[in-house]
Design a protein around this ligand. Structure first.
Ligand code: NCD
Length: 316
């Protein structure tokens, strides 16, 4: 790029896990994300990835992640092969293996975005592929691009990451965005509060990792315990699709509802985030509150994915 921005050093690389990102290589990603935002606001886009092609292969439902990758690629002048709503009409429904589907798509595309219900599927695809694989969610495993856009949003809204108190609320067991964001935040001097029903607590290995880093950590089932203190309230949906017992899901789904009464107890300078979709966890009346950052978070996703696509395709 013809800017003085630091290189991302992502050319030809997969993006499978947030473990690939350290504090010092996150800053160039954030700087380029800001740059992409300026370009889009000024010109609508650029032709940096003209004639480049991205394949978007989504085996699970998606609105934001698929649309934002498509928008990101198009605003960079490239194009997309969208196999999103059409998996049931593709050869996957004939029983084609994931490696074969990937090895086919890479004959057409310069990179492949994959969402799949099985933990580790993005790694399996990367093992088969010569082109970069971007993990857009592997079951209850990770969702690295979401966590990166979440971290960018916190930094953008509050101006810093160190010194913050972040509370994650809801399904911390199956929520892959929580798993990825927790690992990223653990690199900063933050206090983390995990708010969930007993059965949806953060996986123990992740909890041990966070504690092992010496961070201040709190676990509770009550939003009231933390609401007056937090800088970020990161709310999540109970992940219905990960439950084998739907009666148990029905019991848990309404456990937390962030409403105006709860917001009245929160600090004036905090923000509420949600990876979306929400299914009742945040009352729509909260949307008018300037502290509701979740739709700004959505837009940041496109800018951040523009930066990552430029990076893996060797243009940044
Ligand atoms: C999340 C996901 O797919 O994990 N959605 C998203 O990508 N923005 C969160 C969710 O589905 O609850």
């Amino acid at each position: 790029m013809t800017t003085s921005l630091a290189p991302l050093n992502l050319a030809g690389q997969d993006i499978l896990s947030v473990r690939q990102f350290q504090r010092d290589n996150l800053e160039p990603v954030f700087a380029l994300t800001e740059h992409m935002r300026e370009i889009v606001r000024r010109d609508g886009g650029t032709d940096l990835l003209a004639r480049r092609v991205l394949a978007a292969l989504f085996f699970e439902p998606s609105t934001r992640t698929s649309a934002s990758f498509i928008a990101a690629m198009e605003r960079l002048g490239g194009s997309v092969i969208p196999i999103t709503q059409g998996v049931q009409f593709s050869s996957v429904s004939k029983g084609e293996s994931l490696p074969d589907t990937i090895r086919t798509l890479e004959q057409y595309a310069d990179a492949i975005v994959l969402r799949h219900p099985v933990i580790g599927s993005a790694q399996e695809a990367a093992d088969a592929a010569a082109v970069p694989i971007i993990n857009a969610g592997d079951g209850a495993g990770e969702h690295p691009t979401q966590a990166l856009l979440d971290l960018f949003t916190i930094r953008d809204e509050l101006g810093r990451l160190d010194g913050l108190h972040v509370a994650m609320v809801g399904d911390l067991r199956f929520g892959r965005t929580v798993h990825s964001l927790t690992q990223l935040l653990a690199q900063y001097q933050v206090k983390l509060s995990f708010v969930s029903p007993e059965i949806l607590r953060l996986p123990l290995d992740l909890m041990n990792e966070v504690r092992g880093r010496g961070l201040a950590v709190q676990e509770t089932y009550s939003v009231a315990d933390v609401i007056g203190e937090v800088d970020v309230l990161y709310v999540t949906r109970v992940q219905k699709e990960r439950f084998t017992d739907l009666a148990q899901y029905e019991e848990l789904k309404g456990f937390y509802v962030i409403d105006e009464a709860i917001m009245a107890a929160a600090r004036r300078d905090m923000i509420v985030m949600h990876p979306l979709p929400r299914v009742g966890e945040i009352d729509p009346r909260v949307d008018q509150d300037p502290r509701a950052a979740y739709f700004r978070q959505v837009q940041n996703g496109m800018f951040l994915r523009m930066a990552l696509l430029a990076g893996v395709m060797g243009k940044a």
